[in-house]
Design a protein around this ligand. Sequence first.
Ligand code: NZQ
Ligand code: ZN
Length: 389
Amino acid sequence: MNNFIFENATKVFFGKGCVKEYLACLTKCSKGTVMLAYGGGSIRKNGIYDEVMEILKGEGREVVEFSGIMPNPTYAKVLEGAKLARENNVGVILGVGGGSVMDCCKAVSIAARYEGDVWADFWARPGIFDFEPLPVGVIVTASGTGSECNGGAVITNEALKIKTGRDYPKCNPKFALLDPTYTYSVPQFQVVSGGFDTLSHMMEIYFSEPDEDNVSDDIAEALMKNVIRNLRAAIQNPQDYTARSNLMWDAVMAENRIIKLGKKTDFECHQMEHQLGAYMNCNHGAGLAVLHPVYYRHIYKDGLAKFKRFATQVWAVPTDGRTDEEIALAGIEALEDFILEIGLPVTLRDLGIDEAADLKAIADSCACVSGAYRVMTHEEILEIFKECY
Ligand code: NZQ
Ligand code: ZN
């Protein structure tokens, strides 16, 4: 195992009714106005907004609303939130939503307390904290990213056409309320997109060195099987509480840093998807679904033993009479079959990327990460995009 430091400061409250039970006492720990941050309005339709407002008002809290946080939150939206927070003496940000809302809140928490150029100093390069960001608490309404238990915030700078993330432990939410019933109303496409995002986080960590016996890889296999099984169950019955609970906790387990410990981690597919998002504003999990099988067919020979292990341990691919390469490829095929089974796209065309898209410019804008089994070149990323088309 590689050396590591482990820290995770988020306090998690999990289960049916947790918002009613704990939100009031959690917001009591903060002073000033509560900034209630949310997305395009799903929480107003499914009753979560009323439930949260009733609790905050019951505590006599001043509330300022920061709404309209879009999927793939933009830097402009972050600056809007920071201005609102400054003007209203905000003491705590309460994000109610999925990854986009949570990420935007974390970025606002920095921008509200920083005088300089936030993009240049915290996203373009790793930031230096000589101040405390505004505290953030979250109520998760759509699971998948795991943003609720890390300091990660992925933001799109529309002017620069860059979508990028940083993970700052100081931005870990102070508390995260996870009620699986809150995810019942998520549209099925978003459920599978979120579930695949979780699975991809596990794969991006699993397919990296070291490959010696290590606890992260063993946990990752169990988690991947859990996501696959429970995603199928949630599709069958959207109100399956057990399935929703598992998916919600899987998302946290993938991204609370635990399975990353001692591993290099890959995340090249995330780099590619983020830039597709920067240029084409596509859905994160769906974009990952298109890219993964094609990317893995490019690199499997560089990590053959691990791809064989993935095939047998996660997909129960039979080994009889097959070469290692055939087994590895059968595992990737099983992954692709699963993507089709759950209704996610497997081509960029199906993802909504039109023919006029400048795939070369997008490929050239992608970062080539060092943790993968093989470091990509921009030429090979373009090949992957073309194969995905
Ligand atoms: O905006 P509203 O109206 O709330 O609708 C949202 C949105 O349209 C809807 N939704 C959420 N909860 C709902 C619901 N609809 C009905 N009922 C509910 N209970 O779901 C849609 C998508 O939401 P979004 O937050 O965009 O999805 P997701 O959670 O997949 O987040 C994606 C963002 O997170 C970033 C992605 O790049 C993307 O920008 N990521 C963040 C990470 C992190 N911080 O650790 C890691 C990930 O790899 C990822 O990059
Ligand atoms: Zn992701």
